[in-house]
Design a protein around this ligand. Structure first.
Ligand code: PMP
Length: 424
């Protein structure tokens, strides 16, 4: 067992971190991590874009296609019933993972982007009108900006942007000043993909509720790094994607408060979301099916449940504690590199090391790191407004998961030093 694995398993007396999992075992669960890229052991540090999948998720999907493959909800035959049972059991797994009141409040979408669009098109179009204000923040992902901008053009709502400071902290006081009786909706990330900032989401929600506004939380990044309890948060909507939490692509979740989901009109229409269809009129299905038109991503849903079970077995608190230690280590090691500046050093941060190096373009750096087997992301991270705020067009971003180790960070630092020597 290597040093990092040893630490992750046992902890060291001098570092009282609450890490209680076997890192080596965890790493061996992820087949993609065990490969060479450009002749080097792969170091995967692009988890903010998408995470790798454990064998348990891959096996679950394979077993579904090998044994149970069929359409859900409509079939009388055995395979369809098995598929339906697994599909609906997965909904309960999601419900319990985020502590939703009921599984009827778990809507399957194809990802965070679709979850946000669902709320923009169904809730906001039905319940907001011209002049109403929607607050987002400077550090939102494009998928939590553009749907609201379209509503600005289409129904005349006004988009208001809550500021951050130069370290990437969400400015709660400034945000509170923006709230008024005109504020009808707030949509804010719980963890910024570009900066790693953890926002004070509970306080954001509480302040919005004080003026009667509803709140959507973009949990795309947070879901894999922090405990999420939608009832404790008291959010009105919560969105996340499976592929950011060790589960398949093409599957996501929208949680909503029951009375809101009940009142909302359907988003897409077709099969499964109806009760009775006739040419004189159609009635819609109960929750959650009202929002799930057409054949769903059955394997994706079942795979998502396997991914969430995997995370639950390790424990999100263990994951968060270990990643905090890795983040601190990475922040320290990167700070030793000459000319490197961190973009985003919020007081409360997770999983993201976003940086720039004087005289080195991020995309050149990313290419040279790939030649050394190190996968990071370079660019604007679908968050161009926050790049503009920091006066940069791109950053290099290493984003961590619990299968990363201190050795991965050491490899990153060594590879950066080598790349910088070549580029300067
Ligand atoms: N919000 C945030 C904060 C994200 O990081 C992402 C994905 N990078 C999204 C939304 C969109 O997620 P998806 O592409 O899975 O729909």
């Amino acid at each position: 067992m290597n040093q990092a694995a040893n630490m992750a398993t046992k902890g060291e007396p001098s570092q009282p971190q609450a890490v209680r999992f076997d890192l080596e075992k965890v790493r061996s669960d992820f087949p993609t991590l065990n490969q060479k890229v450009s002749g080097h052991d792969l170091v995967y540090l692009d988890n903010g874009a998408s995470t790798q999948k454990p064998q348990q998720v891959i096996d679950t999907i394979k077993a579904y296609y090998e044994n149970d493959n069929s359409n859900v909800h409509r079939g009388i035959h055995t395979l369809s019933q098995r598929a339906t049972d697994k599909f609906e059991a997965a909904r309960v797994t999601v419900q319990s993972f985020i502590n939703a009141e009921s599984d009827a409040q778990i809507i399957f979408t194809n990802g965070t982007t679709e979850s946000i669009n669902l709320v923009a098109h169904s809730y906001a179009r039905a319940f907001l009108q011209a002049g109403d204000e929607i607050i987002i923040s400077t550090m939102e992902h494009h998928s939590n900006i553009v749907p609201w901008q379209l509503l600005e053009q289409q129904i005349g709502i006004k988009l208001v942007v809550a500021p951050i400071d130069k370290n990437g902290n969400f400015l709660l006081d400034e945000y509170t000043k923006l709230l008024s009786e005109k504020t009808k909706f707030v949509s804010i990330t719980q963890l910024s993909n570009a900066l790693g900032t953890i926002t004070p989401i509970k306080a954001i929600i509480e302040a919005a509720h004080n003026v009667g506004a509803k709140v959507m939380v973009d949990g795309a990044q947070a879901i894999a790094h922090t405990e999420v309890d939608v009832q404790a948060l008291d959010c009105d909507f919560y969105a996340f994607s499976g592929h950011k939490i060790f589960s398949p692509t093409g599957i996501g979740v929208l949680y909503g408060k029951r009375e809101l989901l009940d009142a909302m009109p359907p988003y897409q229409s077709g099969g499964d979301m109806i009760k009775v269809v006739s040419f004189s009129g159609t009635t819609f299905n109960e929750l959650p099916h009202k929002f799930e038109a057409g054949t769903p991503n059955i394997a994706g849903v079942i795979g998502l449940a396997a991914g969430l079970d995997y995370v639950s077995d390790i424990g999100i608190a263990n994951i968060a504690a270990y990643e905090k230690e890795l983040l601190d280590y990475g922040t320290h090691r990167l700070s030793e590199i000459e000319g490197l500046s961190m973009i985003g050093s919020a007081d409360n941060k997770a999983s993201i090391l976003s940086f720039q190096i004087n005289g080195v373009h991020a995309s050149d750096l990313g290419t040279l790191l790939d030649h050394q087997g190190i996968a990071i992301r370079v660019g604007h991270h679908c968050a161009m407004p926050v790049m503009e705020f920091f006066g940069v067009d791109a950053t290099a971003r290493a984003s961590l998961a619990f299968y990363n180790s201190k050795e991965d960070i050491d490899a990153l630092v060594a590879a950066i030093n080598k790349a910088v020597m070549m580029l300067k």
